[in-house]
Write a protein that binds this ligand. Structure first.
Ligand code: ADP
Ligand code: MG
Length: 337
């Protein structure tokens, strides 16, 4: 296995451009970074005092840790418990919050025609992209797992508060939605603490709360998928989320083919045709699920999906490096090349 192409450390897909503190005289800024949810999370909070900003940033970290404990695919988590029960005859009781997140992910699978699919779990395990040693499976190994994939194989009873994964070997993977959910939860925690200006960058999944300062939106650079550190587009954001799914973050090269961590649930193989898909949306869960879905759908179907929805825009770089945008995408993404 050729492991030289792996760049698991290259997680900052989107670069924070404006780092100088230029908030008003009554505003203090606190900034911290932590390794959470398998990526670097960078938090900037503005508040009247530095102490308040620090406490708020710590509260956001604690909330992200809590979401990780609920949703992690590999560690002991609420979700791991559900996956362990796959194939059981009896449904198992599941924490309300996790139940709702699984239910939302099923809805997103339906909305995206199955391009985003939380039941890719068995395939994620097989390819093992989250480790330092991903695996190139044999065709038969991939084919054998496809019958375990499909959101209709999750039985969920909201009233009873139970879930059943109907086939042994099934596994729910919330990796394509969990960071977006963590951003939404962090926003709620910060709002409760009276914070109205903050920026959280979770490995390229970015929440911009309020403005950077009065009348000045947050300014974000969208990473060029083939030029490390290069900026493809600039986005000015306030009270929105921008999320990018790319093939350059977790991948390996073998015989000139790039194998990466975003899988086509229909084939079980890394999805072809797109290098990166960035979504701007109101909330993190929507943006995160859609970025994965649009990546899998490709430019034509991806843009059709985004244009059919309210209030989301996308920027796609296809396999040839050509840029595509949703109908009103140019109002969000300012191209730099
Ligand atoms: P990242 O986690 O790098 O931000 P994504 O949000 O696109 O990127 O999520 C990719 C992760 O989601 C993979 O690591 C895997 O765990 C899971 N996944 C891969 N393909 C799919 C898919 N088609 N639908 C849902 N989840 C997926
Ligand atoms: Mg995603």
């Amino acid at each position: 296995m050729n492991r030289h192409g792996i760049r698991a450390g290259w997680v900052i897909l989107i670069v924070l451009l404006t780092t100088a503190c230029s908030s008003g005289p009554t505003t203090e800024r606190y900034r911290m970074s932590r390794l959470l949810m398998g990526t670097f999370v960078d938090i900037t909070v503005h508040a009247p005092t530095r102490d308040k900003a620090r406490r708020a940033a710590n509260a956001a970290v604690a909330e992200i840790e809590r979401v990780e404990d609920l949703t992690s695919f590999h560690r002991q988590s609420g979700l791991a418990r559900v996956n362990k029960s796959a194939g059981s005859v009896q449904p198992i009781p599941v924490d309300r919050e996790l139940l709702e997140l699984i239910s939302t992910s099923i809805r997103m699978a339906e909305k995206t025609g199955g391009a985003f699919d939380p039941t890719v779990g068995p395939l994620s395990r097989l390819w093992n992209f989250s480790s330092d040693e991903p695996y190139l499976p044999k065709k038969e190994e991939v084919a054998a797992l496809l019958p375990l994939v499909g959101p209709q194989k999750i039985e969920i009873d909201i009233e009873e508060g139970t879930v059943r994964l109907v086939k042994t070997g099934m596994a729910v993977d919330l990796g394509a939605i969990a960071k977006g959910y963590a951003l939404d939860r962090s926003r709620a925690v910060l709002e409760e603490m009276g914070i109205d200006s903050a920026l959280i960058n979770a490995g390229g999944d970015i929440l911009a709360m309020g403005e950077k300062e009065k009348g000045v939106p947050w300014k974000i650079g969208v990473q060029d998928p083939r030029q490390r550190g290069g900026i493809l587009a600039i986005v000015e954001l306030s009270d929105r989320v921008i999320v990018t799914s790319g093939d350059y973050e977790r991948f390996f090269m073998k015989d000139d083919t790039r194998y990466h961590h975003i899988l086509d649930p229909g084939t079980g193989y890394p999805s072809r045709g797109v290098q990166s898909a960035s979504i701007s949306a109101k909330d993190g869960v929507t943006a995160d699920a859609l970025s994965t879905a649009v990546f899998v759908l490709g430019p034509k179907k991806g843009i059709e999906l985004i244009d059919s929805l309210k209030d989301s825009e996308c920027l796609i770089v296809d396999a040839q490096g050509k840029v595509h945008m949703s109908e009103r995408g140019a109002s969000v993404f300012r191209l730099e090349r």
